[in-house]
Design a protein around this ligand. Structure first.
Ligand code: C2E
Ligand code: MG
Ligand code: MG
Length: 592
């Protein structure tokens, strides 16, 4: 009967432990060879080995006197040691009922003694063994010595293993250990059991960066050390705390803890910590809590959700935040957008500009267009600029985006001018673009390359964005104005308008936001507000455009209020270049 049938239960788990130790098929190491040499010498025998029992082979991590690095597990005495977890001595293999016809006997081995290699939690990995060509007995002292040697091998194995699993600064088990322990938890606990996990983050990445820059890495060690002492004295009493990132600690609440109590406890913990730690003025610690179920939850997902919740707490200026799928979906969508938009920028087939006419309210003639960006994702279809622009504006991609938009608009404009359609095109620009040192230079260069007069281009900048950094942006705006490029303040009325600032801006045009325009014919207050905005803008020397004009009634009100231009669905939706030209031609024909 093959030996495998006699193997103890839990063999799969034993093999799992052995594989996780990452010893199998690793190169020889002096730390083990030293012990093996000592064993051979101590017994006065030519062969000694640290022999690990894999599923179907004995693999030698260290060996003296043997050439091959493994033998079949079947009929190998070391396999029996692993199965029985006990010292095994075979004084003469040739007389042994089980092993007389095995590989070892066939190669001339007569004597075998092997002590089990047992981990601290009781798994036997194989044997520390000595072998000889003649029959032999073993003394009690030799038995003790062989067991001691096996213990030394195990210490070496566990030491090596711990090296990759314990954080050097905190001494706490690390992320790798968390992954392993989570797997065990999944196997040991009832499937479907509801549990709670938490992640404590001592500082945001920005705070960490600032602290490291000003104080050096030792400061980080100090923050971590302080937190570890506090965690040890509190949470560490009931849960294993893992050090999973530079300033991040994770743990799983004991069974039976309710979310509300857990939330309150962690909030208290943070408050208590905030009163005592030295870094309280430069760091904000946050906690993310994730309720999860044993079984369906993958560890990688749990960790991601923990990070997401802790980050959300930080962004919301809260101490503790409980993970929510809705919130997560928002972040995931953001991340997805940033990634995919980056790809779209490189492969401009996904991006295009559409043009919405601007109409002079006196003459009814089309005097220009606003270029609006459109993004069609290859699988998910159209994504609205109202969604992706604000996200892109927070990344460095905003530079490449505006560059693409300006270049595409100028190319189109040049083609129209060449065809005798001498319109003005307005392009939307993000406020951060104005902080680029070469922004004006590039615009002027673009106009020159395409042979266009500066006044054929207008740049629309939202008011609220401008207000955030007025002085820095002002230099760029002055330069653009000096170069003859027209400037418009977009979405006027939605920001925190500073009238003094409006007066000093070199803009020629003010675009009143759609929210003031829509429904104006029915709303007395809106009418007064828009009339006042128009008057004020005129007094300051600006032309006024009304956005979002959808009905003829609105046009009447705007005309009465002396508005200069209008833009909106009443005239046309944003159109593809060819459709725009057809629209312009049709309108000219009607006017004539
Ligand atoms: P915006 O610059 O204020 O552009 C006007 C928005 O109102 C456009 O939306 C336009 O399609 C829409 N609109 C025009 N007339 C009407 C109307 O009568 N009724 C209604 N309900 N809406 C009307 P869109 O194209 O979705 O763009 C949204 C915003 O995204 C823009 O607001 C602008 O801030 C930004 N954006 C669009 N393209 C670009 C771009 O190329 N660069 C930058 N930086 N931002 C852009
Ligand atoms: Mg605009
Ligand atoms: Mg607008």
């Amino acid at each position: 009967m093959p030996l495998s049938h006699l193997r103890p239960r839990g063999e799969a788990a034993r093999l799992d432990v052995l594989r996780k130790l990452n010893l199998l098929d690793t190169p020889p190491s002096e730390a083990f060879d030293r012990i093996t040499r000592m064993a051979a010498q101590l017994f006065g025998l030519p062969i000694a080995a640290v022999s690990l029992t894999d599923s179907n082979r004995q693999w030698f991590k260290s060996r003296v006197g043997v050439e091959h690095d493994s033998i079949p597990r079947m009929k190998a005495p070391c396999g029996q040691v692993a199965d029985e977890r006990a010292l095994l001595v075979i004084e003469d293999l040739q007389l042994d009922a089980c092993y007389h016809d095995g590989v070892l006997a066939a190669s001339g081995v007569r004597f075998y003694a092997g002590a089990p290699l047992v981990t601290h939690d009781g798994w036997c990995l194989g044997a520390m063994c000595v072998l000889g060509p003649s029959p032999r007995t073993i003394t009690d002292a030799e038995r003790v010595a062989l067991k001691d040697l096996a213990a030394m091998v195990m210490e070496q194995i566990e030491l090596q293993h711990a090296l990759g699993r314990v954080d050097a600064v905190s001494g706490l088990p690390n992320r790798t250990q968390f992954l392993d322990d989570f797997k065990d938890l999944t196997m040991d606990c009832p499937r479907g059991e509801h549990r709670l996990a938490a992640l404590v983050n001592l500082a945001s990445p920005e705070q960490l960066g600032n602290a490291m820059r000003a104080m050096g890495a030792a400061y980080l060690d100090e923050i971590v050390g302080e937190a570890v002492r506090m965690l040890d004295a509190t949470i560490g009493k009931t849960s294993t705390v893992y050090h999973i990132g530079a300033t991040e600690f994770a743990f799983i609440a004991p069974v039976g803890i309710e979310l509300d109590a857990f939330y309150a406890d962690l909030g208290d913990w943070l408050r208590q910590r905030a009163q005592s730690v030295t870094s309280r003025f430069v760091t904000t610690a946050t906690v993310g809590i994730v309720p999860f179920q044993i079984g369906p939850t993958a560890c990688a997902d749990l960790l991601r959700n923990l990070h997401s919740a802790a980050r959300h707490a930080f962004e919301m200026d809260r101490n503790v935040s409980v993970f929510s799928w809705e919130q997560d979906a928002v972040y995931r969508r953001r991340f997805w957008l940033i990634n995919e938009f980056g790809a779209a920028l490189e492969n401009s087939g996904q991006l295009r500009l559409v043009y919405q006419p601007k109409v002079d309210l006196d003459s009814g003639a089309c005097i220009g267009a606003e270029a609006l960006l459109r993004w069609t994702h290859p699988t998910f279809g159209d994504v609205s600029p109202a969604e992706f622009i604000p996200i892109v504006e927070q990344t460095s991609m905003v530079r490449a985006t505006t560059r693409w938009v300006v270049e595409t608009a100028l190319r189109q404009l040049a083609a129209w001018w060449e065809a005798g359609i001498e319109l003005q095109v307005a392009v939307n620009v993000s406020a951060v673009n104005l902080l680029e040192p070469d922004f004006c230079e590039r615009i002027v260069d673009g106009l020159r390359r395409h042979g266009l007069p500066a006044a054929s281009l207008a740049l629309e900048i939202t008011e609220s964005a401008l207000m955030k950094n007025p002085r820095l942006a002002e230099a760029t705006l002055q330069a653009l104005d000096a170069a003859g490029v027209r400037l418009a303040i977009d979405d006027f009325g939605t920001g925190y308008s500073s009238l003094a600032y409006l007066q000093s801006l070199p803009a020629q045009v003010v675009k009143i936001d759609q929210s003031f325009v829509r429904g104006i014919e029915r709303d007395e207050r809106k009418r007064s507000l828009v009339a006042a905005m128009i008057k004020l803008s005129h007094d300051l020397g600006h032309r006024v455009v009304a956005e979002g004009v959808e009905t003829a009634d609105v046009v009447d009100v705007l005309k009465q209020a002396d508005c200069d231009e209008a833009q909106g669905y009443l005239y046309a939706r944003p159109l593809a270049p060819q459709a725009f030209v057809q629209w312009v031609e049709k309108r000219a024909a009607v006017a004539a």
